[in-house]
Design a binder for this molecule. Structure first.
Ligand code: ATP
Length: 184
């Protein structure tokens, strides 16, 4: 499971998901866009339909990647623990991993029912520029990946300034943002 705002999905997310498949031998990566992330001070800037459309465009042709809409179907806030419980019921024999950037991992102790999150899924943490990896349960795996210096905030800010964002997001996402005049 790879949850987030994906506002928008960017090259950092995709690099992380690819490495997770390779290093953890995953069958699937579920990209789970949140309705509202409980610990973010601001809600998403783009509506759920745009965030989903950009995710779909970004993962087109990637057979191991799936967009999972369950958190958008539930009322906010979007608690990861609820999603993991549902996934465990649906796939009782699967081993679940929760993919997290190091910045998000620092917040984990404050998550709703954090101890159940850690019980339901193996944490797979990724280093991120400016965010050291926090102390985590012994079962945590750390993905070996050169930190990718891209954030959705940087994409939104660059778009607002009228800059080219091709280095930050896949081509299809850059085109979608331009056509729909997002983040302006
Ligand atoms: P924002 O800048 O709006 O806060 P973001 O770039 O952190 O957004 P999210 O959709 O909030 O993107 O992130 C979802 C998950 O992906 C989080 O666990 C986050 O830590 C992780 N993530 C995002 N970008 C990167 C990156 N460049 N490297 C590693 N992990 C990342």
């Amino acid at each position: 499971m790879f949850g987030g705002s994906f506002d928008p999905v960017h090259r950092g997310h995709l690099a992380v998901a690819h490495q997770a498949v390779l290093q953890l031998a995953l069958d699937q990566v579920l990209f789970v866009p949140a309705r509202v992330q409980p610990l973010k001070t601001q809600g998403p800037s783009a509506g759920p339909e745009h965030r989903v459309a950009m995710l779909r465009a970004a993962i087109d042709g990637e057979s191991a990647f799936v967009v999972d809409l369950r958190e958008l179907a539930r009322p906010a806030p979007s608690y990861t623990v609820d999603t993991l419980r549902e996934l465990k019921l649906e796939r009782p024999r699967d081993q679940l991993f929760l993919i997290l950037g190091a910045d998000a991992a620092w917040d984990l102790p404050r998550w709703h029912e954090a101890s159940d999150v850690e019980r339901l899924a193996t944490l797979a943490v990724v280093r991120r520029p400016g965010a050291p990896v926090p102390p985590l349960p012994a079962s945590t795996v750390t993905l070996a990946l050169e930190p990718v210096d891209v954030s959705a905030t940087a994409v939104r800010d660059a778009t607002e300034r009228g800059e080219v964002i091709d280095q930050l997001v896949p081509k299809a996402v850059a085109e979608y943002i331009a056509v729909h005049r997002l983040y302006r």
